[in-house]
Design a protein around this ligand. Structure first.
Ligand SMILES: [Fe+2]
Ligand SMILES: [Fe+2]
Length: 260
């Protein structure tokens, strides 16, 4: 079973780049499922029906979230009604979004989950306890589980990798928008990468026009963020999972430039 997981798709440039490349990704990697992190889909802040729908129609099977998922007040109802939009499992039950979503192909059940880290992040419950509390239920309805761990701290992500090793098929880090070169299969059979990276402008500061962010740091005066459209990249991973045991067979990084 093959999954392509796409790192934080940032704003319109990221959406257009992915829509342009999605057929190439399907052709080159032959995935059974494509999942993406969508917390930055609408101008970097949250998602809307208008920004998410074309990607679902193009073949995205599910979207994971993060701290920005609910930034657009007008789309809370859309998130609430769409079971394929997955929120961090360690957020309140009243927060819009699914706690998990299970994708099925030829009887194989792949459950996608999302957790947020606690270090240098908005307040949320322990991601470790959340996984521990729900693990048995998730396991009983899945042949494999893949986690998007949306967190800032490398140490917290690495610790999650070791905690989840042998329990789930993959721990894929998101949130920092910079792809790390540390992909590996841990001894228990769990694929791990600290950060999948960002799909969008890399001639930027994590997706935003770089001059604005330099000015913000130089002066400490808040600025209005605008998505940059220069230096576009697709950042993702391709994961292969053993259908019998749910162990990861391989994880490979995808990172290349594209133009729109
Ligand atoms: Fe993000
Ligand atoms: Fe984030």
């Amino acid at each position: 079973m093959k999954l392509v997981f796409i790192g934080d798709v940032f704003g319109k440039p990221g959406r257009i780049a992915l829509l342009k490349e999605i057929d190439n990704l399907k052709q080159n990697y032959q995935p059974d499922f494509i999942v993406m992190n969508a917390e930055n889909l609408a101008d970097g802040k949250g998602l809307t029906e208008k920004t998410a729908r074309p990607l679902f129609e193009a073949g995205i099977d599910a979207m994971t979230g993060g701290n920005h998922l609910w930034d657009r007040a007008e789309s809370l109802d859309y998130i609430r009604k769409n079971p394929r939009i997955i929120k961090p499992m360690n957020y309140p039950s009243t927060t819009p979004g699914s706690f998990f979503h299970t994708l099925v192909r030829d009887g194989f059940r792949l459950t996608i989950i999302n957790l947020c880290g606690q270090v240098y992040m908005p307040a949320c419950d322990s991601p470790f306890s959340a996984l521990e509390n729900r693990y048995q239920d998730l396991q009983s309805l899945s042949d494999a589980i893949v986690l998007d761990f949306h967190a800032e701290s490398t140490a917290e992500k690495r610790a999650m990798g070791w905690y989840a090793d042998g329990k789930i098929s993959a721990v894929l880090g998101t949130h920092t928008h910079i792809q790390t070169a540390d992909e590996e299969i841990l001894p228990g059979g769990t694929a791990y990468i600290t950060d999948v990276g960002m799909t969008g402008s890399h001639d930027s500061v994590i997706g935003v026009k770089k001059d604005l962010i330099v000015e913000k740091f130089r002066t400490s005066i808040p600025v209005r963020y605008e998505a940059s459209d220069r230096g576009l990249q697709i950042n993702a991973v391709c994961l292969e999972i053993d259908q019998g045991y749910g162990r990861a067979i391989s994880i490979s990084r995808i990172k290349y430039s594209t133009e729109i």
